[in-house]
Design a protein around this ligand. Sequence first.
Ligand code: SF4
Ligand code: SF4
Length: 58
Amino acid sequence: MGSYAVNKDACMGCGACMSVCPMGAVSEAGGAYLIDATKCIGCGACANLCPVGAVSVE
Ligand code: SF4
Ligand code: SF4
């Protein structure tokens, strides 16, 4: 299983991924969303919810 990551060029900053994450793995700083790989359990909820497909497994 790869790690989930936000493509900052595709992300429109809606914050849905941060809201849905059960692990609190998504943080935001200055409008940029970041997934902490040490907290992420790879559930895929953020990727499924993202309206622009900006979260992917690398
Ligand atoms: S895959 Fe799941 S645990 Fe990982 S950042 Fe997305 S919602 Fe959170
Ligand atoms: S759900 Fe997608 S568009 Fe919204 S903040 Fe997260 S990565 Fe960006």
